[in-house]
Ligand binder design. Structure first.
Ligand SMILES: [Zn+2]
Length: 104
């Protein structure tokens, strides 16, 4: 109904902001910048640690012997988590690995 108060010519001349301002000038109008929808994974190093704990220490230690480190990738976002022997050791002694930097 409000849109009828604007003629077609006006619609052609006015910017979207102008039209919205005319139609809804009594209300505060905020135009949001278009934003790309981003996929955001909620994985974390903590969750990676929890996963390692379920794998078991023996399995992880054989991985450490073989590769020198345990690397996991998130299946969803490909975030890479790196655990060295010290991290694994601490994970099973304190339940928490040291906060070594994540390598991408
Ligand atoms: Zn993830």
């Amino acid at each position: 109904m409000l849109a009828d108060t604007i003629t077609n010519n006006e619609l052609l001349d006015l910017t979207a902001e102008d039209v919205i301002h005319r139609l809804f000038h009594e209300e505060s109008v905020t135009l949001y910048e278009p934003q790309a929808v981003q996929f955001k994974c909620d994985c974390s190093r903590k969750k990676a640690e929890a996963g390692l704990l379920t794998v078991g220490r023996a399995e992880l230690e054989s991985l450490l012997e073989e590769k020198g480190a345990v690397d996991t990738n998130c299946d969803f976002c490909n975030q890479h988590y790196h655990f060295d022997a010290v991290d694994i050791e601490q994970l099973f002694t304190t339940g928490k690995a040291s906060g070594s930097t994540v390598r991408h």
